[in-house]
Write a protein that binds this ligand. Sequence first.
Ligand code: NAD
Length: 448
Amino acid sequence: MEAIFKAQRLFFLSQQTKPFEFRYQQLENLRNAIMKHQDDILKALQKDLHKSTFEAYATEIGYTLKSIRFVQKRLKSWMKTKKVKTPSFQLLTSSYIQPEPKGQVLLIGPFNYPFQLVIEPLIGAMAAGNTVMIKPSEFTPSVANVIEKIISETFDENYIKVFQGGVEVNQALLELPFNHIFFTGSTKVGQIIYELASKKLIPVTLELGGKSPTIIDETANLKVTARRIIYGKFLNAGQTCIAPDYVYVHKLIQKPFEKILLETLAEFYPDYESMTHIVSDQHVERLKKLIDKKKVIHGGNITDKHIEPIILSNVTWKDAVMQDEIFGPILPILTFETLDEVIDVLQNKDQPLALYMFSNNKKNIKRVFNELSFGNGAINDTIMQVVNPHLPFGGIGMSGFGQYHGKASFDVFSHMKTYINHSVKLDPPIAYPPYTKKKEQFIKKVLK
Ligand code: NAD
């Protein structure tokens, strides 16, 4: 590990990762390798998570292919040194911002979108001209093997290298003096990463999770609301960082909403063949403990790592399911009577990664979006905010910090180096010592 770290340092210092042509070509190589290994990726996702071909292609393979094209098209302009304005009293001076690669980057991935959540930050790190070490999740070993195969076949290890393993491998990697650490995973592990990185003042991006609320007021279009919530919640069996964690519905429409929800579930999942499985027995056991049988209005059958979508009604904040991020196919329904009540409750909770609001009332929507703080969200939709590369993606507070996707991915792995260029043709002594009364008067005129 240390030897490769040193070799990557030398490679970085050789300046080879910096030219536009290199970055563009390496992204092209990555794209071709993903295309070539599509079937291997699909098979691995099926093996580790029982992910359907549709979900695997849409959320992991197609997603990253599209992302590479987006970046390639704009990279040249992002890389340019930009001239900015200079205050008029700085005579004969021009000012610049020059993006430079941070240097050596470490990427640590989670299990839920094990391919996409490693490749998407990798695209940004490569675009910005860095060398990269990658640690995929050990809970999806088939996907980790494919990632390692793709990377080792496509790139020199002095440029990009995969290290597989569990906590001990992460701990060894975290001893190395990287220039940036990009972590996607739980808040608990995020805290550990932040603490370790702080010893060497390594900048970190923490893409974490949490309980993302979904508010449905009495003006919402219930049919569309039910469809979009079911889609967002049961995609990847609820193992999505921005999944609607729970639903907060106006008491007046609770019953009709629940009825439509159950009808839509039956329509979307005539059988559960296309549903992703829970990643491990340990997580199945964790989820079982969150199910209060008295509150179940749908589902409950559990076969090995498959959990049939579970809807819980009349849930309160005291229930086990409301204590932590659920990260599984369980949807609790809470009710409210006034928006004030919802806003008051949520203002006193951790800022979530995502927030969704289903409503046709502009005033209500405006209130929620102005008065509540969250990483990203949607009005009358779930999940789809993440698809738009023009929207930076990330959390706030306990759901993490730092953003990526599209240009934000380039920015997060770049350092914006700034400088001025001052002509030597004129050099008035006005700002130099010895300081006289006249000079003081002048400076007071200029700086006020
Ligand atoms: P996790 O935190 O358990 O693991 C993530 C990575 O951290 C793994 O590679 C693992 O090997 C490593 N790790 C685990 N313990 C460690 C330790 N003590 N020291 C150092 N490294 C350690 O997360 P997970 O279970 O794989 O993923 C689920 C979590 O990730 C959920 O909370 C979810 O919300 C979050 N998530 C967030 C995003 C996002 O973009 N914000 C995306 C996906 C998942």
